[in-house]
Ligand binder design. Structure first.
Ligand SMILES: NC(=O)c1ccc[n+]([C@@H]2O[C@H](COP(=O)([O-])OP(=O)(O)OC[C@H]3O[C@@H](n4cnc5c(N)ncnc54)[C@H](O)[C@@H]3O)[C@@H](O)[C@H]2O)c1
Ligand SMILES: O=C(O)[C@H](O)COP(=O)(O)O
Length: 666
């Protein structure tokens, strides 16, 4: 059932994963409680590389040095000096003096500088304008930069001008910047310390910045905590001094339970990508602000159990076995992306029971498999492999014996899904007669003929290609009996899943000449990494093409998958949409705008929706949109509500019997 209400729009939210059974106080539980700071709490915020993504004097140099032949060289010198000053290697006063000397800047350069900086405000500061505005009384910008450009930038986000403490430029009569006001403590070493001492803030002080001079405030005992801000720049020397690291302002606000734009800071979302997933996927997750860890090969069960701790999003390909033990031990896992078609390597039942949504890429590599199958069919029926091997040994064996055209041959496809049907069409274009057998009644494409049974297909085909899915029941689908039913000299291909073919039976059929040529891409056991030796009785048999599970391994397919799967995972994480999930009720949700979205995953038993709505009724909460979909095992209810609600509502929703997972998005 799907119920829907209007007026739901966009939002930029992170997830708030909460496992009902988890003892840990999860972020979802914090949502409505996250309000303003206690009285007499002050936030001291740095400007360059914290409030903005850049160092303003670097940008000023880019403007003021335009046309100078040594521009790049001078800019580089400025950057080096900035970094040395920021990490405490040289004094602040020295760093300022050196940089101003190199800049050759003029008053007329300032409007362009301000315009550039306006576009370089740190993303998380832009997102949290409401926090900055609502708490303007307690926020101080303290910087060794210059008021001339800081004030217009920070006041645009609600900061009070009188709370901006920074240097001021000195100009000569012609408007050239000649230096800075030397009486300002911020132009001197430990200037921020002097300033904060003079401010005499009466309460708790939290300092957020990327530089050593920010840490000095804490070192002097004038702040409760120093947060190293790493959204734009990571300075190891500063980090090692910090009480805490804030990869974004959202993270800082989350840590301090303050109201913020994201329900859960994206910088806290951990992604683990295994098996050489395409770099475009890494990029997509990083652009989103997630932490991404990548590993080249697959992991075994114990390794994965270790690696998955704290991971919210797992990305794998066909090799990694995600067993029930792995799922049971995953403490934060919300979703799994199979960067391939097959999902037989994942215990989907265990995932569903734990409320973990699984996605795959059902189409992105199908064409690649089809092309490889066609290529192999031609190579095998022409007996090319032995001929090529002989040529490498210097043997010239020109003959037409056992070499045939594919035109007019009968191709039997077992499994007529996304790959089987495409292969059917391409094979017909080459003049082959296509037969197929599928357990599901499928529409025949082109002139393909449907077989009533597997046996019928086995008996009629000159070439047999396997394209069934990897469900457990298909283990040894093709064994001694099936090879026995095939024509003598059949060409046999398996580019689907290794366990579907009984390898001893295949070896026997090849050795007896029943199978004249075989193309095998998938194996019951496959090496975990490229370093592991491939062991198989299929090695060194005549006219057998062995490939290392590369049916879908083309640049095009991998890039397509690398784009497709993160798209699905991000929609789920950011919006709750499950469209395309292989184990969850599928819901394509509208983007969220202006409301809070509560996502409730539960065992599919009667009465849960009524219980959820009773709670909303009890607390007089107006539902702006509600969506429900169920599968046999689970139900997924999404409710968009107005922002104002209490902790009790969340607690009661989580306490409903049979709740599997609950999270909130805003
Ligand atoms: N070698 C590779 O690199 C590579 C790449 C992509 C896909 N694959 C594998 O190829 C296979 C096919 O992929 P797809 O995208 O076409 O899958 P699909 O799900 O679209 O199609 C599979 C078809 O097989 C049918 N089927 C299942 N069991 C059957 C049986 N016992 N007898 C007859 N029909 C049966 C299903 O009804 C379905 O129509 C999958 O196993 C997939 O994992 C391998
Ligand atoms: O299921 C698939 O798509 C194929 O088997 C390809 O798997 P891979 O991504 O591990 O190569």
């Amino acid at each position: 059932m799907l119920t829907k209400a209007p007026n739901v729009g966009t939002a930029d939210q992170g997830p708030t994963p909460t496992d009902r059974n988890s003892a840990e106080r999860g972020p979802a539980e914090r949502g409505p409680a996250d309000r303003g700071p206690a009285d007499q709490t002050y936030f001291v915020i740095d400007f360059d590389s914290t409030f903005t993504k850049v160092e303003a004097l670097d940008v000023l140099g880019e403007i003021s040095l335009i046309g100078r032949p040594d521009r790049d060289d001078v800019l580089n010198q400025i950057k080096v000096i900035t970094d040395r000053g920021m990490s405490g290697e040289i004094s602040l006063a020295e760093s300022l003096r050196l940089r101003l000397g190199l800049l050759n800047a003029h008053r007329d350069h300032l409007p362009a500088l301000i315009e550039t900086l306006m576009g370089k405000i740190s993303d998380s500061f832009q997102r949290n304008k409401t926090f900055l505005t609502e708490n303007a009384d307690r926020i101080y910008i303290v910087s060794s930069g210059f008021k001339e450009f800081i004030v217009p930038i920070v006041t645009a986000l609600g900061i009070k001008e009188e709370h901006v403490f920074a240097n001021t430029f000195e100009f000569d009569e012609a408007g050239n910047i000649t230096g800075c006001d030397c009486d300002n403590p911020l132009s001197t070493d430990k200037g921020k310390v002097k300033l904060i001492r003079d401010l005499n803030l009466d309460g708790d002080v939290y300092v957020i910045g990327d530089g050593y001079t920010d840490y000095e405030i804490r070192e002097a005992g004038l702040a409760n905590k120093f947060y190293a801000f790493t959204e734009n720049v990571v300075r190891p020397k500063v980090i090692e001094k910090a009480d805490s690291i804030s990869p974004s302002l959202d993270d800082f606000l989350f840590e301090n339970k303050l109201s913020r734009s994201q329900s859960y800071p994206k910088s806290r979302i951990n992604v683990l990508l295994l098996e050489n997933v395409h770099p475009v996927a890494v990029q997509l997750f990083e652009q989103e602000g997630f932490n991404v860890e990548i590993r080249k090969g697959a992991l075994d069960e114990d390794e994965l159990i270790q690696a998955i701790q704290g991971v919210h999003i797992l990305g794998i390909r066909s090799k990694t076995q995600v067993t029930r033990r792995v799922i049971d031990s995953a403490n934060k896992l919300m979703t799994i992306g199979a960067f391939c078609i097959g999902t037989n390597q994942i215990d989907l039942e265990a995932c569903t029971e734990k409320g973990i949504a699984v996605f795959n890429a059902p189409y992105s590599n199908t064409r690649s498999v089809v092309e490889l199958a066609i290529g192999e069919i031609i190579m095998l029926i022409r007996n090319i492999v032995p001929k090529s091997n002989l040529m490498h040994q210097g043997v010239w064996d020109k003959s037409a014996k056992n070499s045939f055209e594919v035109r007019g041959k009968k191709l039997g496809l077992i499994g007529y899904g996304n790959i089987g049907t495409q292969l059917s069409v391409v094979a017909e274009a080459l003049g082959m007669e296509v037969y197929f057998y599928d357990v599901v009644d499928k529409l025949a494409l082109g002139n393909a003929r449907k077989c009533k049974s597997l046996d019928e297909l086995l008996a009629v085909s000159d070439i047999i290609s396997l394209h069934t899915d990897g469900r457990k029941d298909n283990k040894n689908l093709i064994s001694y009996r099936e090879f026995g039913m095939m024509k003598n000299g059949v060409i046999f291909l398996n580019l689907s899943r290794g366990h579907i073919v009984d390898i001893p039976a295949l070896v026997d059929a090849i050795e007896r000449g029943k199978v004249a040529g075989a193309g095998i891409d998938v194996f019951p056991y496959e090496p975990k990494t490229n370093q592991e030796e491939f062991m198989s009785d299929l090695r060194n048999l005549p006219n057998v093409i062995l490939t290392p599970h590369i049916g879908g391994s083309t640049e095009e397919a991998q890039e397509n998958i690398g784009n497709f799967v993160p798209g699905k995972l991000l929609e789920y994480i950011n919006n709750g949409s499950t469209y395309g999930s292989v184990n969850f009720p599928e819901l394509q949700l509208p983007l969220l705008k202006g409301s809070h979205r509560l996502l409730h995953i539960h065992a599919n038993v009667p009465g849960i929706l009524a219980q959820i709505n009773n709670i909303f009724g009890k607390y007089h909460i107006n539902i702006q949109g509600q969506y429900l979909k169920t599968t046999e095992q689970i139900g997924y209810v999404i409710t968009d509500i107005a922002k104002d609600y209490s902790d009790e509502v969340v607690q009661e929703l989580k306490n409903i019997d049979n709740t599997i997972k609950f999270r909130m998005l805003y």
